[in-house]
Structures are given as C-alpha cells and as structure tokens.
Design a protein around this ligand. Structure first.
Ligand code: UDP
Length: 366
C-alpha cells in the first residue's frame, strides 16, 4: 500500500517483483503524484503540479527508472531577473561580470567571493549559508525576497539545507544541476509511472482516500486474517491524526497559460523572479520536453500557505515538532513512511526513488 506517486509506485514495483501482492491506493484520479504530466487543451505536454526535472548521481536509481522509460537528455538552465535583467543562476562568474560590469577570470571570481562573503559561525540557517558564500548584496538581490515568497519565512528562520541546495560557482557553468545523469522521460512521467505500476502483483486503486477508510482497510477480517503492512506516503502528521498539532507544509498555486502564436516564450526552461511579482518563477515546458509546437505553454508558481501539501518546511521553529512525529513514526508497527510528505524531508525525485528502493529491500528481506 502507498500512493501512486514516486515513493508509492517505486516501493510497489520493488515489492511486487519480490513476490508480494501490493495494493496501491491514491486519492487522486491519476498516477505519478506531483510529477504527473499531461497534454493541455492545446496539445502541449505540461506538468500539472509544477516543473519536475530529473537529475541524479545515483546509477542504481537511473537504472531502475530506465526499465520504465526511454530518456531524452536535458540539462536544466535557469535565469534570475534582477532589476529587469536576466542573469545566470546559480550565481557564477558571468553573473558577477554582468551584474557589476567586471571582467573577472576564475581566480578573480574566487577573490571576489572571498572579499564579499561574511564570516558566519556556526552556519545554522539559510541566511548564514548565503551570507557566508556570496555576501550581503548578492543575498539581497537573489535570495532574500525569493525565499520570503517561497516559504513565507525569513532565510534566518530556515535551516541551512534549503539555501545550500543552490551552489555558487567561479566558472561559467550555467546548468542548474551538475549530476552525471540529467535526463527527462521521453514520453513523460505519467507514462513512466504507469509502466512501473503495470505488474500482475499490483492492484491500483485511484480516487480512493486511504486515511478516510483506514479502519476498514486495515481490518483483519477483511484481509483474510492478516493486517497488511502499510507503506504510507501521505503527510506525516495526518497519519497520527495531527495529535501533536499541525505540521506546516508549503503549497503552490499554479497558473498555467498557453500562448498560441509564441513558439518560444523565454530563453531557458525556468526564469526566477526573486524581487517582483507574487510568483517565484515561470517555467516553459517545451525546453524540458523538446516538444515542437507552434505555440507554447508556461506555468507561474505562486507559493501559498493553504492547499495541497507540496513541500515540508525545513524551518528552525518547527524542527522540534517534526522530530516528535518522526520519532513516533520510527516506533510505529506495521507501517513504513516514505517520501517528502511522510518523512517530512525536502527530497528530490531521485532521493525519493532511492529511499523507496531501500525501504522495499528491507521489507522483502533483501
Ligand atoms: N532560492 C533563492 N533564489 C532563487 C532560487 C532559489 O533564494 O532564485 C532559494 C529559496 O530559498 C529556495 C531554495 O533556494 O526555496 C531552493 O531552491 P530550488 O530551486 O532548489 O527549489 P525547488 O525547485 O525545490 O522549489
């Protein structure tokens, strides 16, 4: 049991191949979780729940997924707009040279960062991370307001790991990721997850709310005298009926738009708007998918407090609360918690798959 997104589908497949019978239950009417992609009304492949870009260092994860999809090589690039100019992001040497009208070489860029960075000890928060690497001016231009928008919190209220996701470079590499495997499922994520779930030992139940029917589903009499093992992929606090209070999750509102006579809307896959607008970024899918179409489709992401949970919030204030739930989860019998929501961890897609494969390995005694 488990949802039909990354953590649930991966665990289900691995357990099914180990000979177990698995029932996958998801309250949505489709597979692939938040990675779900679909053709919009104009025939452009879009990601309904915002852009998902696959990248990994983990060959085992890549090999596992490769059984369910062919790939299309894709290296994601991002620009960040500051005072109306789009700069390479993560910050690299070109960002510095263009922003400040300089002509630094690699050593010059390193010396620049060394001069502007602030000493912070210990490095505890996202504010510490950024100030200690690029200093105040770049922090205020590229990070401060984006982070406020994305999380509704100050960088000083977020754990270091959030901003530490973003590297700082003295070279001119403008790729968002540097992992050896950077590639998108050729026919989309939905098809990849559908292929993963297509196994004789997997029964798929869509449009079914597991928590709402938990008692009945876990009833011994309904399960031939046995209580099934649960792989739970929903929000951690919901499993425990929010007994210690609500764990915060960050949501997004997506504004999808099709531009009929525009073959190309922006120069790269994603453009970030740290300081203007209520949205954080705009993604144009044709960059990600390689699709050719006379028009194009884009998505603006508006971070919001209420709505579907998309991100755990790695805040300094809610750390004790999430730890309390996690310690309880570790002791819970008959349940394995996997994924962003259930482990309350800011996982990337490949980390979800790795965690699910590891969990399935343990469950099947491998
Ligand atoms: N971030 C930022 N400015 C940017 C992009 C990212 O300050 O232009 C910070 C922000 O706090 C964000 C974090 O870095 O939440 C991680 O960014 P990433 O792009 O990895 O976020 P995701 O794609 O997971 O939403």
């Amino acid at each position: 049991m488990g949802g039909a997104g990354g953590p649930g589908a991966t665990t289900a497949r691995a357990l099914a191949e180990a000979g177990r019978t698995v029932r996958v239950i998801d309250k949505r009417l489709h597979v692939a979780g938040n990675a779900y992609d679909e053709y919009d009304a104009h025939g452009v492949l879009i990601h309904r729940y915002g852009p998902h870009i696959f990248h990994t260092k983990d060959e085992q994860v890549f090999d596992f997924l490769s059984r369910f999809t062919e790939w299309r090589p894709y290296e994601h690039r991002v620009r960040s707009v500051v005072n109306g100019v789009a700069y390479p992001f993560p910050i690299n040497r070109d960002t510095l040279n263009r922003l400040y009208g300089l002509n630094l070489d690699e050593a010059g860029a390193a010396a620049f960062f060394a001069r502007v960075r602030e000493a912070r000890d210990p490095i505890r928060t996202s504010e510490d991370v950024v100030l200690a690497s690029v200093g105040r001016d770049l922090y205020e231009k590229f990070f401060l307001n984006y982070t406020r928008k994305q999380w509704g919190l100050e960088p000083s209220q977020l754990k270091a790991g959030v901003a530490a996701r973003i590297p700082v470079r003295t070279d001119t590499d403008d790729r968002y990721f540097t992992d050896p495997f950077q590639t998108m499922p050729l026919r989309g994520y939905t098809k990849m997850f559908a292929a993963m779930l297509d196994h004789p030992n997997i029964e798929l139940k869509l449009g079914m709310d597991f928590l709402a029917q938990r008692e009945a589903l876990l009833d011994r009499t309904a399960n031939g005298g046995k209580i099934p093992h649960v792989v739970y992929t929903g929000p951690l606090d919901a499993w425990f009926d929010h007994c210690y209070g609500r764990l915060p999750y960050r949501s997004l509102r997506f504004e999808h738009e099709h531009l009929p006579h525009t073959a190309r809307y922006q120069e790269v896959g994603t453009v970030n708007y740290p300081n203007e607008h209520a949205y954080t970024r705009i993604t144009e899918y044709k960059h990600l998918t390689g699709q050719t179409h006379a028009g194009t489709s884009i998505t603006r992401e508006y971070p919001v407090a209420e709505g579907e949970p998309y991100y755990p919030i790695p805040g300094t204030d809610n750390e004790a609360l999430s730890q309390r739930y996690l310690s309880r989860a570790a002791k819970e019998q008959g349940v394995t918690f996997i994924g962003r929501l259930a482990e309350y961890r800011y996982y990337n897609m490949d980390q979800v798959v790795a965690a699910a494969l590891a969990a399935a390995g343990k469950l099947s005694g491998k």
